[in-house]
Design a protein around this ligand. Structure first.
Ligand code: LLP
Length: 418
């Protein structure tokens, strides 16, 4: 069931009128649905019932504290890529032991902080990172639990910017070299080898690439076992896509079932804990970006709806050519015309949607769909625009979960010359 729909000609988010949110908190504003996030997590959890599985939430998709808190309460683990994301997990009282620390460029300071916090596992991506981590851990008198991120060289068949599991990508340790790196890892004093992981990309809409990656990882697990290296967990990363337009990704249930069947054919049940790092599949469809039309401009060539949101709020269209649905909050009865929806930023790349059939006038509210993942987190202050407000709805309640940035805050860290 969608969490937003029109009732009596008005768009509602759960039981809250979006026009009321705009009135109260202004625009542009991100609106998230607590129920949609909970339901997404619960679907994964249900599909994993009776198995040793941890669904980690990849904070990079949307790291608002309210979102992290909600998922912590549901029992999610977390996938982080920076000390900043770790702090967010800790800020909501999340369990550091259920955190995996991913990323190709962890600094020594970040490693130290994560070790001191008691992070569950480091997903290590290179030999040099492994050595640094061993040294940092030793200096603290600890051992770092490590899983090596292998690059399975599988084509996720997604946008090249978000494809990560191909040989030419910067991610992971080449499949053919992983065995040797594991042997080195096993001999390092500050390292405790506990797992293996991979992540082949994002917005993947087929099951086959996940299974191909699982097979490649399972092959390595067997080889490592033959080398006397016993792992405790297998982490298959994230990447499940969502529907933006007409994509037809597998359901959460179908993906989980297919992966478990494949793993069951390789290993005795329960031998390994299975982990995932989903971001988009948990929050992508659970957010809207609410914006108001400032002007309609017809150049003769094109008709533009100039709105108060811009590429600094939602960069996915200009960066990946991404398509986000546009829904009028109070649809007008009248002839629709193709509109390009653009923001106030001084770049031709500042577009949010193109050639959408709409009947709109200045002052109208529009909602961009599927803005729950990789939207607010990728926003910027370009053109000295404060970041949008964020609101979470839950039933008939709407809560401000991040204030709109004030313009003074944008230069509060700056100094004029003395
Ligand atoms: N684990 C690792 C190691 C990752 O690099 C990522 C995403 C995830 C998990 C979560 O992937 P997800 O389940 O959300 O697909 N900004 C792009 C997406 C970049 C994804 C980066 N890595 C976009 O807006 O489409």
């Amino acid at each position: 069931m969608p969490w937003y729909d029109h009732r009596n000609g008005e768009l509602f988010a759960e039981a809250v009128r979006l026009a009321d949110i705009a009135e109260r908190y202004g625009t542009p504003t991100f609106v998230y649905s607590a129920s949609a996030i909970r339901n997404a997590y619960r679907e994964f959890a249900k599909a994993c019932a009776g198995r040793r599985v941890t669904i980690c939430y990849a904070l990079k998709a949307n790291s608002n504290l309210a979102v992290v808190d909600l998922l912590a309460r549901e029992g999610a683990g977390f996938d982080i890529v920076s000390a900043g994301e770790l702090r967010r997990v800790l800020a909501v009282g999340g369990d550091p032991a259920r955190v995996v620390f991913s990323g190709v460029g962890k600094s020594a300071a970040e490693m130290r902080e994560a070790l001191e916090a008691g992070v569950g596992c480091f997903n290590v991506e290179s030999d040099s990172e492994l050595e640094r981590l061993s040294e940092v851990a030793q200096a603290l008198g600890r051992r770092a639990a490590v899983s090596l991120r292998v690059n399975p060289d599988v084509d996720a068949r997604t946008h090249p910017y978000i494809s990560t599991g191909l040989r030419q990508n910067k991610f992971g340790i080449a499949h053919g070299r992983a065995r040797a790196t594991y042997r080195r890892a096993a001999g390092l004093p500050g390292i405790d080898v506990v797992g293996i992981d991979c992540h082949i990309g994002s917005q993947i809409t087929e099951i086959a690439p996940f299974l191909a990656a699982a097979d490649r990882v399972a092959d390595l697990v067997d080889e490592l076992r033959a080398d006397g290296i016993e792992l405790r967990h297998i982490d298959l990363g994230g990447g499940l896509g969502v529907r933006y337009r007409d994509e037809d990704p597998p359901s959460r249930q179908a993906l989980m079932q297919a992966i478990f069947e494949r793993l069951d054919s390789r290993f005795e049940a329960g031998r390994y804990e299975i982990m995932f790092e989903f971001g988009r599949a948990l929050v992508g469809n659970a957010g809207l970006l609410l914006t108001r039309v400032e002007y309609i401009k017809d150049t003769g060539e094109r008709r533009f709806a100039i709105v108060d949101a811009a590429m600094n709020d939602l960069i996915r269209p200009s960066l990946y050519d991404a398509w986000h649905g546009v829904v009028p909050v109070r649809p007008r009865a009248g002839a629709t015309l193709p509109h390009d929806i653009v923001g106030p930023v001084c770049e031709s790349g500042d577009w949010l949607a193109r050639e959408r059939m709409l009947c709109v006038e200045p002052g109208d509210l529009l909602a961009f769909e599927s803005a729950g993942a990789y939207a607010m987190v990728m926003s910027s202050n370009y053109n000295s625009r404060g970041r949008a407000a964020e609101v979470m709805v839950d039933g008939d309640r709407a809560q401000l979960v991040r204030e709109r940035e004030s313009l003074e805050s944008l230069y509060a860290l700056e100094r004029t010359l003395k």
